[in-house]
Write a protein that binds this ligand. Structure first.
Ligand SMILES: [Zn+2]
Length: 147
């Protein structure tokens, strides 16, 4: 038995507004995000079937993150639900995601962690997430910090 971590990288474009924030981020703006998803698990026996010798299939991890995260946030405007009444109804806002938190990188990571954890196979745990908002700014969520 050996422990491994698998990491997959994703990219998405997202706009957000941090209302109540005192600074530039209170304006509507967007980022080209990079998300690193790392899972951890055992590899029981490397000599048996091709499906063993893996923590999980990279394709399965890709599908989970695409279905649960990327399709939801990519090219979306993400705002706090308190802004529902003030947003225009024009079609350019048709992919607006209302969330019950301020869409900071930290809060988005918390949301992503819960969504991914619910879909991972048994015996595979979400080890950490890294969300890169700008070339110089990252936020990280680690399981060990949150259990
Ligand atoms: Zn921002």
């Amino acid at each position: 038995m050996a422990i491994f971590r698998l990491t997959k990288k994703f990219h998405f474009e997202m706009a957000h507004v941090l209302n109540f924030h005192e600074g530039a981020c209170s304006n509507l703006h967007g980022h080209s995000y990079t998300l690193l998803v790392s899972v951890k698990g055992n590899v029981e026996n490397k000599n048996l079937l091709p499906t063993t010798g893996m923590v999980m299939d990279f394709g399965m991890l890709k599908k989970i993150v695409n279905d649960e995260i990327i399709s939801y946030f990519d090219h979306a405007l993400v705002v706090h639900e308190s802004m529902k009444s003030v947003l225009p109804t024009h079609a350019i806002f048709s992919k607006t995601v209302f969330v019950d938190y301020q869409p900071t990188s930290e809060n988005i990571l918390q949301d992503m962690a819960l969504k991914i954890q619910q879909k991972l196979p048994e015996n595979v745990e979400l080890h950490h997430l890294i969300l890169q908002e700008t070339p110089d700014s990252f936020a990280e969520w680690w399981l060990n910090d949150n259990c």
